[in-house]
Design a protein around this ligand. Structure first.
Ligand SMILES: [Zn+2]
Length: 258
């Protein structure tokens, strides 16, 4: 899982998002705002102009997704198919049309695994977490200090590392009581990134393929970059560059490819 780039849609589209958001934010009660969030989101393509704005939004989100096939930003494997709200709009109506809260994700990550699950930390600097899906219904969460890693605004590799031998993602911190560990663990559990057998097998295969590529005679830096830009699981390349002592990294460094 990697942090997305910071490409923006054009100003007219951003203004459209801000305006739609303002129609939710102006309502008096939290319950009204949650209800309006649902209505406004369902009506997001209700007219020709709205439809055009959302086509622009989807186009830009696909540019933030991975490779030319627009792979999902979470699993780095399935082709993305819809707009995901990182902070669920049913809990955080003030983020319904917030550009930084949108991501291009696949149906498995968005609809099956993450769905509306969400945890926050109880307060700043605390590592105690609160499960919002179980505890809240039309009750405003006390803050938006998310446990779930937001790849639009945070670097997931500050919390996660990919084990290049097993293909598993692991928390970077070893302190199970730290915020960093909890962010990593909760994000991995929510998306089932290590438990989805097909996904794990594919990630292991991708590591092996990357190793085979590095062993190819005459491979140039440019060829390697072209491969990385379009590969599934591009975190593998990032991790090889980060884990300098790993045999794959040594190979790449010796070939002056990293
Ligand atoms: Zn996915």
């Amino acid at each position: 899982m990697l942090q997305t780039s910071s490409i923006l849609p054009r100003n007219g589209i951003l203004n459209h998002l801000r305006h739609q958001q303002s129609l939710i934010d102006c309502l008096e009660t939290y319950e009204q705002r949650v209800r309006m969030s649902k209505t406004k989101w369902l009506q997001k393509k209700k007219s020709k102009a709205f439809k055009a704005a959302f086509q622009g939004i989807e186009k830009t989100l696909k540019m933030l997704a991975l490779g030319s096939s627009n792979y999902c930003n979470y699993c780095e494997s399935n082709v993305g198919s819809s707009i995901e709200h990182i902070f669920p709009r049913g809990l955080f109506p003030h983020k319904t049309f917030s550009w930084d809260n949108l991501l291009w994700a696949c149906n498995q990550c968005n609809g099956v695994h993450k769905h509306a699950q969400f945890q926050i930390f109880t307060s700043e600097n605390s590592a105690k977490t609160l499960d919002l899906l179980k505890d809240y219904s039309f009750i405003q969460p006390p803050n938006d200090d998310a446990v779930f890693i937001n790849p639009r605004t945070e670097d997931p590799l500050k919390y996660l590392q990919l084990n290049l031998s097993t293909g598993h993602y692991e928390p970077l911190s070893e302190d199970r009581e730290s915020r960093g560990y909890k962010k990593a663990y909760y994000t991995l559990q929510t998306l089932r990134l290590n438990q989805r057998k097909g996904l794990l097998a594919e990630r292991i295969r991708s590591i092996a393929q990357f190793g085979a590529l590095l062993r190819q005679k005459g491979l140039t830096k440019e060829q390697l970059q072209l491969y990385i830009v379009d590969m599934k699981h591009p975190t593998i390349a990032k991790e090889i560059a980060r884990q300098r002592s790993h045999p794959l990294a040594t190979k790449a460094i010796n070939l002056q490819l990293l």
